[in-house]
Design a protein around this ligand. Structure first.
Ligand SMILES: Cc1cc2nc3c(=O)[nH]c(=O)nc-3n(C[C@H](O)[C@H](O)[C@H](O)COP(=O)(O)OP(=O)(O)OC[C@H]3O[C@@H](n4cnc5c(N)ncnc54)[C@H](O)[C@@H]3O)c2cc1C
Length: 387
């Protein structure tokens, strides 16, 4: 039996630090690398739900998460003519129940990284090539270094370089749900106080939230569009696309778009799901959005990443060096959970961003259905015991 010890984890988002935590706890030696110079903190609130609550309790970070959680008291629905449609309490507005909790993506990453003990974490790291044989994985870094690892875990997000380098094109599908998503911060010029305001019309949605920092507000744009950008990674093109799409939207769109240019945490992406039959190949495994992105509309990306991280590390421990067996179990145990959560993403994308006006009754019915569905899918897996 080969010994597995040195494991390279690519990507310091949610999935990367989480799998490093469990690998270290189970006796392995992970090394975490990130392509950016610092932790990429952008993004809005992410909800921790279902079995993930148990998981973060086992990690000893649930209390910290609750201490740093968002504190939205009210959610308000508006129409594009600036009329209030109705208001809801913050927890219901965010579809949260019981012990479920929302935390800003950046705060969650900070907590996860803070929970790592003795895990080397290197920033500004780019990879050129990944080669593997029966004995190890040879990783060529952009700066010319070559390192050998027992295993490599690609936790490098929806546009995963690891996936592109290791898997053939016919081994994965990127399914664009026909919508786009953007988040960024602007000054809190509406003077919102622990409040989220959402305006939805004609297959477009804008939300603006101000919570613990009263000076700033987080904005999210979601919209259905056929247009395909020449370069989805080009910030200028992304911002022009947003301006063109929302120029006639009304409500606060023009003012928000004016403030967008000065935002330093602008994030934009298509609403895309990643589908794969197997998330492993030889000595390489994909984790989180890299392997099974369910899209921000599912609200379940972080939960899939956290559960996947635990199962991947746990199965490696259980298989005692037999990584093939561990990878097979990882694929088996996670597939139906991923499928159910990806289905939720498709359903949410079809229920929001509709052409018709959303009345109070329609919005309420939709909220009830989401509350029900999210409860079911976020609990649709039993966490194995590995200790
Ligand atoms: C800036 C940002 C903002 C987001 N905002 C939201 C949001 O508001 N709502 C929502 O539902 N989801 C959001 N997401 C997606 C959400 O974080 C994921 O769906 C989910 O948490 C799963 O996390 P992940 O770790 O698999 O992927 P991610 O959170 O995307 O993390 C991937 C990490 O890998 C790094 N990386 C990428 N390529 C390489 C490479 N070649 N080498 C090394 N490192 C690499 C990235 O910089 C990033 O730090 C956002 C993602 C990002 C990157």
């Amino acid at each position: 039996m080969t010994t597995i010890n040195k494991i390279l984890v690519i990507g310091a988002g949610i999935a990367g630090p989480a799998v490093c935590y469990w690998l270290r706890r189970f006796g392995f030696s992970p090394i975490l690398i990130e392509k950016f110079a610092n932790i990429r903190k952008g993004g809005q609130g992410l909800d921790l739900r279902g079995v993930t609550i148990d998981l973060v309790k086992r990690m000893g970070i649930y209390e910290k998460i609750c201490n740093m959680r968002t504190q939205i008291e009210f959610g308000r629905y508006m129409d594009a003519g600036d009329n209030i449609l109705h208001e809801e309490k913050g927890e219901r507005f965010g579809f949260r129940q019981d012990e479920e909790v929302e935390i800003l993506r950046g705060d969650l990453i900070e907590i996860l990284i803070g929970a790592l003990e003795c895990v080397p974490c290197h920033f500004n790291q780019l990879i050129d090539k990944i080669e593997q044989n029966d004995d190890n994985v040879k990783v060529h870094f952009k700066d010319g270094r070559i390192e050998h690892y027992d295993l490599v875990i690609g936790a490098d997000g929806m546009h995963s370089t690891t996936r592109r380098m290791v898997f053939d094109k016919d081994e994965y599908k990127l399914i664009n749900l026909g919508a786009y998503f953007s988040v960024f911060s602007i000054p809190n010029y509406l003077n919102l106080n622990h409040t989220e305001v959402q305006c939805e019309a004609n297959q477009k949605l804008i939300s603006i939230t101000s919570d613990k920092n009263p000076k700033m507000a987080e904005v999210a744009f979601m919209f259905r569009a056929q247009n395909v950008l020449n370069n989805i990674c080009d910030k200028k093109e992304q911002q022009k696309f947003l301006r063109d799409t929302f120029q006639d939207f009304g409500w606060e769109a023009s003012k928000i778009l004016e403030l967008m240019s000065d935002s330093d945490d602008f994030y934009f992406d298509s609403v895309t799901q990643v589908k794969m039959k197997s998330w492993t190949k030889g000595r390489v495994a994909l984790l989180g959005d890299a392997g099974y992105c369910a899209s921000p509309l599912s609200g379940q990306g972080n939960n899939l990443a956290l559960v996947g991280a635990y199962i991947l590390a746990g199965e490696l421990k259980k298989a005692d060096g037999n990584y093939t067996r561990a990878f097979n179990r990882y694929n088996e145990l996670l597939h139906s959970f991923v499928e159910a959560n990806q289905k939720l993403g498709v359903w949410v994308s079809e229920s929001f961003l509709v052409p018709d006006e959303v009345s109070k009754e329609v919005a309420e019915e939709r909220s009830n259905k989401i509350l029900q569905e999210v409860k079911i899918v976020s609990n649709m897996i039993s966490l194995p015991e590995y200790e």
